[in-house]
Write a protein that binds this ligand. Structure first.
Ligand SMILES: [Zn+2]
Length: 141
């Protein structure tokens, strides 16, 4: 049937049709996503709220709202923040031996600030890569 795309388990992401406009490079889509901008044009905003992607780019009208990164952004954010905070705590203990109250106040605040700051950046990067790979997050494995 024309116009209907049948997805079967194990199917790879579709390739561009002849005549379909090419997409920016992986690096460009990643950097635009990191900047929380549309991976296609780099001008429109990627999020309409803290972590809620726009339905379509306000500049180029590229559909972005269907891309679901699911648990990947929190996963990568935890990996980065966890390594940074634990590394900082170990370094501080070996170099300065700060009092326990310093750990109990500074590290949770630092962890929270880094997580809240990094999460939209990581989600933007992943949405940019997913858009470039023509993935929407609901593919069968
Ligand atoms: Zn755009």
């Amino acid at each position: 049937m024309p116009g209907v795309e049948i997805v079967t388990p194990g199917e790879r992401p579709r390739h561009p049709e002849p005549g379909e406009p090419s997409r920016p490079s992986f690096a460009a889509a990643l950097v635009r996503g990191l900047r929380r901008r549309c991976p296609n044009c780099g001008r429109g905003r990627l999020f309409r709220a803290y972590l809620k992607p726009v339905d379509a780019c306000e500049s180029c009208r590229e559909a972005l709202g269907h891309i679901r990164a699911d648990d990947a952004p929190p996963y990568f954010t935890i990996v980065v923040v966890g390594h940074a905070v634990v590394g900082l705590a170990l370094f501080a203990e070996m170099q300065f031996r700060p009092p326990m109250w310093a750990y109990m106040t500074v590290l949770p605040a630092l962890t929270l600030a880094m997580t809240l700051g990094l999460l939209p950046v990581v989600k933007g990067a992943l949405i940019g890569l997913m858009w470039r790979l023509r993935l929407s997050g609901d593919e069968f494995q």
